[in-house]
Design a binder for this molecule. Structure first.
Ligand code: AMP
Length: 300
């Protein structure tokens, strides 16, 4: 049996039916499909997901779609980078078998985007904290498009980055609640050598802002170190992070919160595996980052 029964090379689909047929064909021939959903502007963070998918599945499918329903009208939907040729090249070099890159009309036929689709997926609870209240409707847009992609590419496993930790938690919950037969795999955040979490949006930073932005990961790593050293008081941790950010230059802190790693409940004491999460605007660029503190700290 050939391991790659369907593709000698990377196939690129813009239409739903041939894409679904291709995925099913692989599975009928005994293969497994790992799915990596992206909005394109492929960087090493995305490539790490592709590698994880390749390690686990016989075939890898990548979706490239800048999903309008997860952007607010004031967000950067129009300006979001769309270097499709370079992205396809990156996918090919990373050994991707199949790319699905539909148009907005294909994904939302005839829909007035401001009214979204008739059917929307809303995951409650997990979306009431962190980015949820600051980006109303964002996670409905994310959950709905991911559910649609699962219907189009009925993959065996799907790979998401911990960089978007809340998104990963929301998708896990959706899959559990809706009994969607797909394994969710979370993958660690890939960082630049100076610690900045890789993101397609980093391209918006000027060179001075790019230098300043290293304060985010530095503040997070320092905080994690303090917790590992025995600090349990979250107010003190958060103050330290805010100070680290403010002292690095002009920035608008949206939130700095410490949450339960599983439930995303806000914590005031670190007494269980926790995630330190933040969202900060530097210039016009909104950056998010987070780190985990998995070991329960020893009391001081
Ligand atoms: P995006 O194209 O930004 O929607 O991201 C697509 C997928 O790549 C999501 O699962 C992200 O969490 C993941 N991702 C983005 N940046 C990184 C990174 N620096 N490290 C690991 N995964 C990432």
């Amino acid at each position: 049996m050939t391991l790659k029964p369907t593709f000698q090379d990377m196939n690129v689909y813009t239409d739903i039916l041939p894409c679904r047929t291709a995925v099913r064909g692989i599975q009928r021939n005994g293969g497994t499909v790992g799915l990596v959903p992206t909005m394109g502007a492929i960087h090493e963070g995305h490539v790490s997901l592709i590698r994880a998918a390749k390690a686990r599945c016989s075939h890898v499918a990548v979706t490239i779609f800048v999903n309008p329903t997860q952007f607010a009208p004031t967000d950067d939907f129009t300006a979001y980078p769309r270097p499709l040729e370079a992205d396809l090249d990156s996918c090919k070099r990373a050994g991707v078998d199949l790319v699905f890159t539909p148009t907005v009309e294909t994904m939302y036929p005839g829909a007035r985007l401001e009214s979204r689709t008739s059917t929307n997926v809303h995951v409650s609870g997990l979306t009431d904290v962190l980015c949820g209240p600051r980006r109303p409707g964002h996670f409905d847009g994310v959950a709905t498009i991911v559910a649609k992609l699962f219907g189009i590419l009925p993959a065996d496993a799907v790979f998401f980055g911990e960089k978007d930790y809340q998104q990963l938690a929301v998708i896990r919950q959706m899959v559990r609640d809706l009994n969607i037969p797909i394994e969710i795999v979370g993958c660690p955040t890939v960082r630049e050598p100076d610690g900045l979490a890789m993101s397609s949006r980093n391209a918006y930073l000027t060179s001075a802002q790019r230098t300043q932005a290293t304060c985010l990961s530095r503040a997070l790593f320092d905080a994690a170190e303090r917790i590992r050293g025995g600090e349990r008081n979250i107010a003190a941790i958060v103050d330290g992070i805010r100070e680290g950010i403010v002292s690095a230059g002009p920035a608008q802190i949206e939130y700095v919160d410490v949450v339960d790693s599983n439930t995303l409940d806000l914590l005031s004491i670190v007494d269980r595996p926790a995630r330190i999460c933040l969202a900060v605007r530097i210039g016009s660029c909104r950056l998010i980052d987070n780190v985990g503190v998995d070991a329960p700290p020893t009391p001081r």
